[in-house]
Design a protein around this ligand. Structure first.
Ligand SMILES: Cc1cc2nc3c(=O)[nH]c(=O)nc-3n(C[C@H](O)[C@H](O)[C@H](O)COP(=O)(O)O)c2cc1C
Length: 400
């Protein structure tokens, strides 16, 4: 191919990318490119999806209070998260089977996050393994842990994360069993997965996705394959995992994990003041106010709604991070005004990944960054460090 046609292709790729001006655009492209069962897996919430909707509804209900005639010629989105500098108060959340949105999805997303100067979190249930990602990137990333009944496996997994120099361990505490997601059941995203003819036809009509998966390193759960005896294929591995989520998980286990993990520990999935206080006592460096993106307990409140009381209860003993429903820079600003140190995004980058791989994740982060910068200036605030509750107006219905 001559260089003119190569640069023509590059330009058309670039312009397709710049036409995606918001996360919703990326979602629409991902919906066309990613087979339905995997797109729906990312999109779905549990049961009636009321918690999924509440995450967005509460972000929209809270209003920004602009101040005028403030000199905003200087601006800064820089912060620190767990003491490390970050260019934006943003992290990529752990996403199970991220590598099914796009081949090598975890590596691509991690590279995009690191290039943007923000942390990436690898899920226990990732397609690329800890070692795959560590070998493909040049900076440390965070590792998310699901505790399984097989504690020998968990101990080994923690050791692998430490050997890969992961800079934080994110212990997810809201998944003792899996929330039921109707869409997954209907699409055959079950344990074991159902190979339905319509899924196969759907995949066959998504050539760029197929190619990315064919080129990817793996097609099964990389952290598990080869580490659980006799379980190699996706069916036996997902069956094993489903039986392994541990309903007996409790605070004693947190102590045990903290004793094994040499670095910073983060507890993900806190929604009540009582649990936040307990979490702070464990010595965790941070906790994540999260309802798992509305995928676990349906009927739980929006993460944003409980954020202020949790920030107050923790009283500076740990950093308070938050996720759920973040799709715009203004959402990030609102969460910071309510006391979050930084926020995580799940679907917002999964859509970018499904839409355009590495470039899509970079674009999603760039969209949010530009949005935060513009929102700050329109708000009359120069720096994310200066955000506080005086910049928001709570809806009347939120008042006790
Ligand atoms: C497809 C998908 C897979 C997820 N997998 C995990 C996971 O493996 N571990 C985990 O702690 N959270 C997982 N989550 C929850 C996210 O880490 C995060 O809490 C949530 O996506 C935030 O909401 P948002 O998607 O609206 O940004 C997953 C979320 C999605 C959408």
């Amino acid at each position: 191919m001559d260089s003119a046609s190569k640069s023509g292709m590059k330009n058309s790729g670039e312009s397709a990318m710049t036409m995606m001006t918001c996360i919703e655009d990326m979602r629409q492209v991902a919906r066309r490119r990613v087979p339905r069962q995997f797109f729906d897996y990312a999109e779905a919430g549990s049961y009636t999806e009321q918690t999924l909707r509440a995450n967005r509804a509460d972000l929209e209900a809270i209003k920004l209070r602009q101040r005028i005639l403030v000199d905003v010629s200087q601006r800064s989105t820089a912060t620190t998260i767990l003491g490390e500098p970050a260019s934006l108060p943003l992290m990529l959340a752990p996403i199970g089977a991220c590598g099914m949105q796009h081949g090598d999805g975890e590596i691509l997303a991690c590279r995009a996050a690191q290039a943007a100067g923000i942390p990436f979190t690898l899920s226990t249930m990732s397609i690329c393994s800890i070692e795959d990602v560590a070998a493909a990137v040049d900076k440390p990333f965070w590792f998310q842990l699901y505790v399984m009944k097989d504690r020998g496996f968990i101990r080994a997994l923690i050791e692998r994360a430490a050997a890969a120099k992961c800079s934080a361990l994110v212990l997810t505490v809201d998944l003792q069993i899996l929330g039921q997601r109707h869409r997954d059941l209907k699409n055959g995203m079950t344990v074991p997965p159902k190979w339905r003819i319509n899924n196969i036809i759907d995949m066959a009509t998504k050539p760029s996705w197929l190619l990315s998966i064919a080129r990817g390193k793996r097609r099964t759960f990389g952290n598990l394959a080869g580490h659980v005896r006799g379980m190699e294929d996706v069916i036996s591995l997902s069956q094993w995992t489903n039986n392994q989520f541990d309903p007996s998980l409790n605070w004693k286990d947190v102590e045990w994990i903290a004793s094994l993990w040499p670095g910073k520990l983060i507890l993900k999935g806190i929604l009540s003041v009582e649990d936040a206080r307990e979490a702070a006592k464990t010595g965790a460096a941070a906790l994540i106010v999260s309802n798992h993106g509305g995928r676990q307990l349906d009927g739980a409140p929006a993460a944003l709604r409980v954020l202020p009381e949790i920030v107050a209860a923790v009283n500076g003993q740990a950093e308070v991070l938050m996720d759920g429903g973040i799709r715009r820079g203004g959402d990030i600003v609102k969460a910071l005004c309510l006391g979050a140190r930084a926020v995580l995004i799940g679907r917002a980058y999964a859509y970018g990944l499904g839409a355009a791989g590495h470039a899509g994740v970079s674009r999603a982060i760039a969209i949010l960054r530009a949005d935060v910068e513009r929102t700050l200036r329109l708000l009359g605030c120069s720096s994310v460090a200066d955000l506080n509750s005086s910049f928001v107006q709570f809806p009347r219905s939120w008042r006790p």
